[in-house]
Design a protein around this ligand. Structure first.
Ligand code: ADP
Ligand code: ADP
Length: 816
């Protein structure tokens, strides 16, 4: 009944099957410790990948308790038993704390229960406690087997046959408290919950001029608190790893009142549950409230988020992360030899890695030890690069030095938004403006893209002008008036604005598609008039083309011989030189949420297939990743040509699927995937062919994908990447200082992006070679290698290239 993916590269298919057969193997999967959103996606991936490679997969219910108790707690899983769980928070196989497993006796029972089913491969999804337990279990395995043999519970043959236990862990924990992994499963979703609350609180705090003290989870780890503070531009944040200096009470009150004096109507203070001072004494939300009330007399409220953070549906990122990790875990189990240590599969940047479990656990415990011993700098260092980076960025953006303490560079740096709006652009502008000011530059905002640039819509922008911008959707520079305070008259405002009546969503259409080409003369004049010494462009493919034009015009116009850098911001994620662009994560979440709702609309009705069209131009990122996150049966994209035979095989696949208990189908189609196989065509084809078996509905998602409040990731990504861009500009300007240097080399006009695990600046001139200009996409796109994953999880045969799967590496603390 499986459809064959006939166009799959045969080489890697062979490689895959030869090396990784799971026949005769049994894998047990359990979730343990605190639950986290995305655990179900991980369970689904382990089960389906396991079955796909021919292994038997067993659910172990209720964590280690189920393993110790055995019986019906260990049950074979089948394909359908994990259907419709991708969008569900928590864990369907239950999680529990288990005292018995901490004892050898308990583990002996557990081993016996596993052996009865021939399970010698274990996939544990949980926090550091659960993974420590798993590691211990593995170490004791042969001893446990011998004891069972002595007791007559198993025979000698079994001792031989099941001599090794392979263990792979996936970290499921909303706290992101596990060293060695950039993101744990559940963290991104928890951030979504926190930011939803912050956004809601902001509107009410605004009306009442209130101070809000928001307590978020994290008894030992301040990741959630720190990243949410970054995402909402909080006034102050308290973390366990980085206690405030002595005298913080006074400093904080000064900061709050300064912010109020700058006409800020509200204050947000974020506190990690485990926040402490330098003497390791807890700093509680109540204590902070009391302080603000007695010292400043502000109306202050405490909100403790609690379990809300564990709840709700998993974010697109968590679903994709967990799916990728689940598949990786099965591969790691199949590849394990008696010498491989128990490992954790995880993401480092955008790259899958395997790390020795005990090294991670050890370092996680070292962080705690460092905190207990009040070696706080060590604690931050051990948390890893990303943590320290977040902390530095937060500090730079939250605290403004007094003007007289900033050495002036006498440089003017301009910031411009180009192209369609993408969520997170405003966060990027805010951070560029603030970092630029802190570096001593005069910051200029250019309004309405290159069009506005040519017309001279340029104005100085200050620290407070960008307050509160992180959470705003759309593009304020491109589309929104700065208001009277900034002194803009309405005369030049474009009239063709489309405003949606929803909160802060302002979508801007049509007027953006202006490249600098026809205005080069005028733009050069403006560069001269305003003495612009460097330019930061925030935008998508159009911005990239614009940058190329400016680069080509350098010979003719020396005004363009200044450092120029672009940070990618577009929902389509099609900018060469970066794996991600600002806005794509928000769009992906919108698509995923919408697919959930659409799928749900059919529950209880008859068999139905939905065809959903996504944006992206020729770039299939949104359709493909949306498909992975929503559990689609197929996703049609331009990058992987398809023909009528593929459509036919997809219809047949769905017809077969409808015979099972799963009676819903979901098909995504990228808007430009094919000129002739349009959404209507596919809808009609499916409707006709599915007659009597299923009916069809189609939805074109449209501009909702560009709007909405930015996701936590887009806020932070925008903030951090544009801070990096500004650092680069500052460094370049320093090189030139006093020498009137002209920047003419390729490396002074770059795109800043992330590639695998690195943030890199790439000259536009070089990126040209990597660009398919006709279709406005990069020639190579990393996410295409995840396509087979979606197919495998939807029960298609597909080749999964394992040559790129995670290699065993070592945990390394980040040196400051
Ligand atoms: P988390 O996995 O989220 O850190 P816990 O620390 O509560 O959560 O661990 C979950 C379960 O893992 C425990 O209830 C226990 O059964 C098992 N476990 C934890 N630590 C150990 C250990 N050192 N030895 C054996 N089992 C352990
Ligand atoms: P960093 O400072 O390393 O960017 P973060 O804590 O923001 O640290 O994120 C850790 C890693 O996880 C990053 O490399 C980022 O690419 C990835 N990541 C986290 N959330 C998302 C998301 N929603 N979408 C894509 N990638 C994400």
């Amino acid at each position: 009944m499986d459809a064959d993916d006939s166009r799959a590269p045969k080489g890697s298919l062979r490689k895959f099957l030869e090396h990784l057969s799971g026949a005769g193997k049994a894998i047990g999967v359990l979730t343990s410790g605190g639950d986290a959103q995305g655990m179900n996606a991980a369970v689904r991936a382990v089960v389906r990948m396991g079955i796909y490679v021919g292994a038997k997969v067993y659910f172990i219910y209720e964590g280690y308790q189920g393993m110790v108790d055995g019986g019906s707690n260990i049950a074979e899983a089948d394909w359908e038993s994990v259907s419709s769980i991708l969008q569900v928070g928590g864990t369907i196989i239950g999680s529990a704390r288990c005292q018995a497993f901490r004892t050898r006796e308990g583990r002996l029972k557990a081993a016996c229960n596993l052996l009865q089913r021939g399970i010698t491969n274990l996939c544990v999804i949980g926090g550091d406690g659960s993974l420590t337990g798993a590691n211990l279990f593995r170490k004791e395995w042969s001893g446990l087997l011998e004891e069972l043999a002595r007791n007559g519970q198993i025979d000698k043959e079994a001792v031989q046959k099941y001599a090794y236990l392979n263990v792979v862990g996936m970290v499921g924990s909303i706290d992101n408290d596990f060293c060695g992994t950039d993101m744990t499963i559940g963290t991104d979703s928890a951030l979504h919950r926190i930011i939803e609350v912050v956004d809601a609180i902001m509107t009410t705090a605004q009306s009442h001029q209130r101070t809000f003290v928001l307590e978020v989870m994290g008894r030992h780890c301040g990741y959630l608190a720190l990243v949410s503070a970054l995402a909402c531009g909080a006034d102050w944040v308290f973390l366990p790893e980085s206690p405030p200096e002595e005298g913080w009470e006074e400093q904080m009150c000064v900061k709050l009142s300064e912010n109020r004096a700058r006409k800020k109507r509200l204050n947000i203070i974020i506190v990690a549950e485990g926040a402490i001072d330098t003497q390791n004494k807890p700093i509680t939300s109540e204590k902070i409230k009391e302080l603000v009330v007695t010292q400043l007399g502000y109306d202050t409220r405490v909100t403790i988020l609690g379990h809300v953070q564990r709840g709700g549906t998993p974010s697109a990122f968590d679903r994709i992360l967990a799916s990728r990790m689940g598949v990786e875990a099965v591969i790691a189990l199949l590849e394990a030899t008696p010498d491989t240590p128990a490992c954790v599969v995880s993401l480092n940047g955008n790259h899958a890695v395997r790390l020795p479990l005990m090294e991670c656990v050890q370092m996680t415990q070292d962080v705690q030890k460092a905190m207990d011993e009040r070696r706080f700098q060590d604690a931050v260092r051990l948390r890893g690069r990303s943590f320290a980076g977040n902390l530095n960025t937060y500090k730079r953006l939250a605290i403004k030095l007094p003007d007289d303490q900033i050495p002036k560079t006498n440089c003017n740096v301009a910031v411009i938004n180009v192209g369609a709006p993408a969520a997170g652009m405003n966060a990027a502008v805010r951070s560029a403006v603030r970092v630029g000011i802190a570096d001593g530059h005069r910051m200029l905002a250019i309004y309405d893209g290159f069009d506005g640039f040519a017309k001279g819509q340029i104005k100085e922008i200050g620290w407070t002008d960008v307050g509160g911008w992180t959470g705003q959707g759309g593009s304020i520079l491109g589309t929104k008036r700065l208001g009277k305070a900034a002194g803009w008259g309405p005369a030049w405002r474009p009239a063709d604005r489309v405003e949606f009546g929803v909160s802060d969503i302002v979508l801007h259409v049509a007027i953006f598609s202006v490249l600098p080409g026809k205005y080069l003369e005028e733009i050069a004049t403006q560069m001269r008039t305003h003495s612009i010494n460097a330019l930061l462009i925030i935008g998508g493919f159009e911005a990239y083309l614009g940058l190329l034009e400016l680069s080509a015009a350098r010979e003719k116009h020396e005004e363009f011989c200044v450092p120029m850098v672009m940070v990618p911001a577009t929902v389509s994620n099609n900018v060469p030189g970066s794996d991600f662009s600002i806005g794509a994560d928000t769009a992906l979440n919108t698509i995923t949420d919408t697919c959930d709702r659409i799928k749900q609309s059919a529950s209880g009705t008859k068999r139905r297939v939905f065809i959903i069209e996504t944006m992206g131009g020729y770039c299939g990122y949104l359709a493909n990743m949306g498909g992975l996150a929503a559990g689609a049966d197929a996703a049609y994209i331009f990058e992987e040509p398809f023909d009528i035979r593929d459509l036919q095989s997809n219809v047949e696949h769905l017809t077969e699927k409808m015979k099972t208990t799963i009676q819903r189908g979901l098909v995504l189609r990228n808007e430009s995937c094919s000129e002739n196989y349009t959404t209507d065509f596919i809808y009609q084809l499916y409707s006709e062919e599915g007659k009597g078996v299923f009916d069809c509905r189609k939805n074109v998602l449209g501009h909702m994908q560009q709007g909405g409040a930015p996701s936590p990731f887009d806020r932070n990504f925008g903030t951090k990447i544009s801070a990096r861009a500004m650092e680069w500009i500052t460094a370049k300007l320093k090189e030139a200082r006093g020498r009137g240097k002209k920047f003419t080399t390729d490396d002074s006009i770059c795109v800043l992006g992330i590639s695998k695990r690195n943030v890199i600046f790439q000259p536009v001139a070089e990126l040209k070679k990597q660009t398919d200009f006709e279709h406005r996409i990069p020639k190579e796109q990393w996410w295409l290698k995840l396509r087979p994953l979606m197919k495998i999880l939807a029960k298609y045969k597909a080749s999964y290239d394992v040559s790129d799967s995670g290699q065993l590496e070592h945990v390394q603390p980040w040196s400051v």
